[in-house]
Design a protein around this ligand. Structure first.
Ligand SMILES: [Zn+2]
Length: 272
């Protein structure tokens, strides 16, 4: 696993590891497991319509063409819609990973999403991991959460992205969330709901007792909150139903003791 390029040796390890991880998560409770189901698609030597970084190409050809992977799983490049590849073919406007001001300028400029980069994983809440295909950041993986004004490099290579995901799954660690808590959809939806609950029950704003909080949260049944993409991307229609990002999933976990059902979020089948 120390190799920075994927090869057949790694393929054998990977083929053993994925079913082991699946066995340890029979109920598919680990973040993203319900989406990828620990199914790693077989490798594929189908031609890709654009040049891609060498480690990514090797992974597709030698290890797996998608499915199981970090967050909600690796998107299979061989089945990505043509429109996604057309977007990826445009020259990159992603800045160099070291230039924070330029990254913020891109996030704020409302440019077409993903020029010169390819989506490799959905991160939830409409956010995407992008593999940069050209320009100064070629080969890096970036977080695209421009719906909340955030676009930033997250790993220096695709290899690092995959190995970090494997490491976290193997050690029952959550993937990194990246997005600040206060900008994401679920905390805002809950705050809005609790504000209405307070009004209806003549409670001063922010003055809920723990008993009242429990009562309010207990009223939220399974699937009673549906998250939606705030911004259209080549993978998401505006307001399309999405599954939670890590940050929102953690909010649900943390409020379990306060009475919030673990099933409160509506599940969306985001397969294209
Ligand atoms: Zn979120």
């Amino acid at each position: 696993m120390s190799s920075t390029r994927f090869n057949r040796e790694f393929a054998a390890e990977y083929a053993q590891l994925v079913p082991q991880l699946a066995k340890r998560d029979a109920k598919r409770l680990r973040f993203g497991a319900r989406a990828h189901g620990y199914v790693a698609l077989p490798p594929s030597d189908a031609a890709l319509p654009l040049p891609v970084p060498a480690d990514f190409a090797a992974f597709i050809r030698e290890i797996s063409a998608g499915g199981f992977g970090p967050y909600y799983g690796l998107l299979a490049p061989t089945t990505l819609p043509e429109r996604v590849w057309q977007v990826a073919a445009l020259p990159s406007l992603l800045p160099d990973g070291n230039d924070e001001a330029a990254a913020q300028a891109v996030a704020g400029a409302n440019l077409d999403p993903w020029p010169g980069s390819l989506p490799i994983a959905k991160l939830g809440c409409g956010y995407t991991a992008l593999l940069v295909l050209n320009g100064p950041a070629t080969g890096q993986v970036w977080l695209d959460a421009r719906a909340v004004g955030l676009i930033a490099p997250i790993t220096p290579t695709f290899t690092a992205f995959v190995l970090d995901g494997l490491h976290r799954s193997s050690h029952d660690m959550l993937p990194l969330g990246y997005v600040p808590l206060d900008v994401c959809a679920l905390p805002n939806a809950l705050a809005g709901y609790l504000a209405v609950w307070e009004q209806r029950h003549n409670v001063e704003p922010g003055e809920l007792t723990s008993g009242q909080l429990r009562e309010a949260l207990a009223n939220l049944g399974a699937g009673s909150i549906a998250l939606a993409a705030q911004l259209a991307t080549p993978l998401h229609a505006e307001n399309a139903g999405v599954n939670p990002c890590v940050v929102c999933a953690q909010v649900v976990d943390r409020l379990a003791d306060a009475g919030l059902a673990s099933t409160v979020l509506a599940w969306h089948d985001e397969t294209r």
